[in-house]
Design a protein around this ligand. Structure first.
Ligand SMILES: *[C@@H]1O[C@H](CO)[C@@H](O)[C@H](O)[C@H]1NC(C)=O
Ligand SMILES: *[C@@H]1O[C@H](CO)[C@@H](O)[C@H](O)[C@H]1NC(C)=O
Ligand SMILES: *[C@@H]1O[C@H](CO)[C@@H](O)[C@H](O)[C@H]1NC(C)=O
Ligand SMILES: *[C@@H]1O[C@H](CO)[C@@H](O)[C@H](O)[C@H]1NC(C)=O
Length: 429
């Protein structure tokens, strides 16, 4: 009996030693071992940076643990601006965020080099996972204008990824970002899933995810409720998939704004599926400035649920949120091959569909199919407004005057004479 206990103890000891063998431990870099305190008051920035340097310097032999920066659960780490720079020596690096992260309040913002708080630069094959809550303490920034600073710090994005290829982010929650929660710029092959991005409805510029100059993105199974766009897709971006996102409050899932100050912006292959717009100011939106160049094309929104969404479908080629709007010029960002399919639910505005395109570069091949939008207010009706757009609508309510219904197209195809006074027949739902 006694012997068997000893044997069991021995086996357990061997097992424990095996689990925590120096090699394995050597790949796990706990910020506490680098001097982090995690009491939500002490500045732990240096500890995080030191731990990151070790992670980034670590090499992997095949089959061994991925070099991992560990942020342990049950603590809250106060960080100032921290820049996690690559490239790293190991093919893959990881951050396990179980403990929470909190931003300085007000005057404690110092030593900034760029407009981000947790900045990632040229780190390829990075995996960030965990159940941490990141609190950006944004309220102090929301009262300031875009270019107003605290100390030498610009209003920061919370998580900013610059030139990070093959990035995986999952599980995190971000609260009260000073500016956008997540920024993705110059990245290829990005997967973001199961995250929550939360800020008050009236907090300015708290976009959920801002994407620019990036390709091959997959964003899924997440909740974004903020004071600005849930997701904004800017110039130079393509092959973006957004699936099962619950958006609202917020300003919707937007392509753009594109073409500001005459810039040449290109966005294509954006596909939004199975998303909900709940109490958002806009839903599926494409916004371009007058006088720009480039295009927004091959974009689809499909299987969308609307719960009292404002402007559920909105293409605006005269985007200009403030004064000094540029006049129409000879150029505009071309909007084409846009599909809105299977929309169901309620609009908070009487105008449920707005296609306000440019007279010089009109929108072409806009397709609507199985769109059924009713008013949030049962006694009101919704309608659509159209300028300089063409395409087709099938089984779409409200009727979109500038799009041909299928029946109308069939009549034209069959070469029947069209009476100018006769209104085309639309499918009514
Ligand atoms: C979208 O939702 C529909 C209906 O609930 C479902 O059949 C389909 O599998 C979903 N697709 C995705 C990509 O989630
Ligand atoms: C819509 O938003 C409201 C207010 O935030 C919330 O109470 C409700 O549960 C949401 N509905 C869905 C289906 O997410
Ligand atoms: C369409 O754009 C024009 C030009 O900016 C603007 O005057 C008009 O109010 C817009 N219409 C709608 C319905 O948004
Ligand atoms: C359109 O939506 C309304 C309100 O939800 C619903 O009563 C109606 O049955 C729907 N029509 C179709 C064709 O789905």
């Amino acid at each position: 009996m006694c012997l068997s206990v000893q044997i069991r103890f021995f086996i357990t000891l061997v097992f424990l030693l095996g689990t925590f063998s120096p090699q394995a431990k050597g790949k796990l870099f706990d910020v506490l071992d680098f001097g982090a305190v995690g009491d939500a008051r002490t500045d732990d920035s240096k500890a995080f940076l030191d731990a990151w340097r070790s992670v980034c310097e670590a090499t992997t032999t095949s089959g061994a643990t991925i070099p991992t920066l560990q942020v342990p659960a049950g603590k809250t780490f106060l960080l100032k601006q921290v820049k996690f720079s690559g490239p790293c020596k190991s093919a893959t690096v990881q951050i396990q965020m179980m403990g929470n992260i909190i931003a300085p309040i007000s005057t404690d913002w110092t030593d900034c080099k760029s407009g981000c708080w947790l900045c990632f630069d040229h780190v390829d094959n990075l995996i960030i996972s965990g159940t941490a809550t990141i609190n950006g303490n944004g309220a102090v920034w929301w009262q300031k204008s875009t270019h107003e600073k605290i100390g030498d710090c610009n209003k920061p994005a919370v998580l900013y990824f610059q030139s990070c290829n093959n990035l995986r982010v999952s599980g995190l929650t971000s609260h009260n970002s000073p500016l956008n929660h997540i920024g993705i710029s110059g990245c290829k092959d990005v997967s973001i899933s199961k995250i929550n991005l939360i800020a008050p409805k009236d907090s300015p510029n708290t976009d959920g995810i801002d994407i620019a100059n990036s390709k091959e993105l997959d964003i899924s199974d997440s909740f974004i409720g903020t004071g600005d766009d849930c997701i904004a897709i800017n110039g130079g971006s393509s092959n973006i998939k957004i699936t099962r996102l619950n958006c609202g409050p917020g300003h919707g899932i937007s392509v753009g704004s594109l073409g500001k100050d005459g810039s040449n912006d290109m966005v294509q292959e954006v596909h939004v599926r199975n998303c909900t717009f709940n109490g958002t100011q806009n839903g599926a939106r494409i916004k371009t400035w007058a006088g720009g160049l480039g295009f927004a094309r091959s974009i689809s929104y499909e299987d969308i649920i609307l719960i009292g969404a404002g402007n559920p479908i909105f293409i605006d080629q005269h985007y200009c949120p403030r004064q000094n709007c540029p006049p129409e010029k000879q150029t505009a960002v071309k909007v084409s091959d846009i599909t809105f399919s299977k929309f169901q639910g309620t609009s908070a505005d009487n105008i449920a569909i707005t296609l306000n395109c440019s007279s010089i570069v009109p929108c072409t091949n806009i397709k609507m199919n199985l769109v059924n939008i009713t008013s949030l207010n049962p006694s009101s009706k919704v309608e659509a407004i159209c300028n300089h757009a063409d395409g087709t609508a099938t089984f779409t309510a409200p009727v979109v005057p500038c799009l041909s219904s299928v029946q109308d197209v069939l009549i034209r195809r069959e070469g029947q004479t069209q009476d100018g006074d006769q209104k085309p027949q639309y499918y009514e739902l």
